[in-house]
Ligand binder design. Structure first.
Ligand code: BES
Ligand code: ZN
Length: 406
């Protein structure tokens, strides 16, 4: 039942004209339409019976909800019952007209069906075109650029400058003819660092959105330099390479694809929280979210990638396992964070399907993060490992957003 206008119990008690249980109403006891969940019907009958009232008959009885014509003076007893028995703060809806009451019985319509997508692997040509154009040097270049700032802390000048230089880098990849592509800052009111978003509008399914992201900010828990080469220049660099080849190979997705470098992850996933809420509040149909956070430290000798299974979507994780087996052909395993450890959790919390393929198992991941030693040197000064995640992201985009490339 769609609860259109829940009236707080306290308010209802004060506006209900004198209580029939204790005496005569001062105002004429009008009849109103009342709708409630089906589970409340029997308790209401019991309660009315014990007050010596006639048992109400439902005007409409559906599986989930029912509609009654009650006297206004009966509402306070109903409210008390709801509160005591169901711990609901009204638990029923009163309407002045029959039509209004009937409307409250209809299931919610307004919100477009979300997250409905079928996972198929049938776009190998596009996947291989994109993957084949990727290079380690480009991924390394982005890591070097971002980790060159002494810090990208969300309130620092470096944090702002890094956002602007990433914006410029992405803009530089976009040919003038690509009017379907826009690159912009997403500003946050509470701190200086913006998030950066590149959108490729889909050709045939533009309202369905595929998100690939990672966080732009860095942190040093003891306050010194925060190069954040692995956490998370690597993740941003991995998908920046997807952007580069997508533009170089004239990739035209059927679904809309948004690449996002989030501000303020290290201080509570704050940038992604605002962005995920924005998508939810505007009923934007985000069909899948891929998070890349820490992709360049090869901590495990047995698995190149660990799929995080908590705060993520199981069906999409299966899709990713299949993509990795089919296209990237690297050993994989599962791992857990045990908490919402990165921006995927912001999307997951809003009900969107999110996944995070990670550089290693949690216990074998980069021990230098959040220190001045989170540098490319700790990954042998190359981006070989992060390039594997560029390929995972390319396969994910080409098989979820579909589309062609040359
Ligand atoms: N990249 C880390 C998360 C991480 C660390 C994953 C180690 C796996 C292994 C991320 O940038 C981070 O530090 N997240 C915060 C989340 C918190 C602010 C909600 C964390 O883990 O403390
Ligand atoms: Zn971190």
């Amino acid at each position: 039942m769609r609860l259109k206008s829940l009236i707080p119990v306290a308010m209802m008690l004060s506006t209900t004209p004198a209580l029939a249980e204790k005496g005569k109403p001062e105002a004429p006891d009008r009849e109103v339409w009342v709708t409630m969940g089906a589970d409340a019907v029997a308790p209401m009958r019991e309660s009315f019976k014990s007050a010596g009232w006639e048992e109400p008959t439902a005007v409409v009885a559906k599986e989930q909800a029912a509609m009654f014509r009650l006297r206004e003076s009966q509402l306070s007893r109903l409210a008390t019952l709801m509160h005591e028995k169901f711990n609901r703060c009204a638990g029923f809806i009163t309407s002045e007209t029959r039509e209004e009451a009937l409307a409250t019985l209809e299931p919610a319509l307004a919100v477009a069906p979300q997250n409905l997508v079928t996972y198929t692997l049938n776009n190998a040509t596009t996947v291989n075109t994109l993957m084949g154009a990727m290079t380690e040097a480009n991924v390394r270049g982005t890591i070097t650029m971002l980790s060159g700032y002494s810090t990208r802390y969300y309130t620092s000048q470096g944090g702002v400058d890094a956002a602007n230089s990433l914006l410029a880098k992405w803009k530089g990849y976009v040919p003038a003819a690509r009017t379907d592509v826009k690159v912009e800052l997403f500003r946050h009111t509470a701190w200086a660092q913006p998030s950066v978003i590149l959108t490729i509008t889909g050709t045939t399914l533009a309202s369905e959105v595929v998100v690939v992201g990672g966080h732009l900010d860095s942190i040093n828990s003891s306050g010194g330099n925060a190069p954040g080469a692995d956490d998370d220049a690597s993740g941003v660099a991995s998908f920046t390479e997807v952007i580069r080849v997508a533009m170089a190979r004239n990739y035209r997705p059927q679904r809309t694809v948004k690449f996002m470098a989030y501000a303020a992850e290290e201080v509570g996933l704050r940038g992604s929280k605002e962005i995920a809420a924005y998508h939810k509040n505007n009923a934007i149909n985000v069909v899948g979210v891929l998070q890349l956070d820490m992709t360049n430290y090869k901590g495990s000798t047995t698995a190149d990638v660990a799929l995080i299974t908590d705060n993520t979507n199981a069906a999409q994780n299966t899709f990713l396992r299949n993509l990795i087996t089919t296209y990237v052909k690297i050993p994989q395993t599962n791992s857990t964070c045990g908490y919402g450890c990165s921006d995927h959790a912001s999307w997951n919390a809003q009900g969107f399907a999110a996944s995070i393929p990670f550089e290693a198992t949690l216990s074998t991941s980069n021990p230098y993060i959040h220190t001045a030693n989170d540098t490319l040197a700790r990954s042998a000064n190359n981006a070989n490992h992060a390039l594997k995640f560029s390929k995972i992201a390319a396969a994910y985009v080409a098989e979820l957003a579909k589309g062609t490339a040359q």
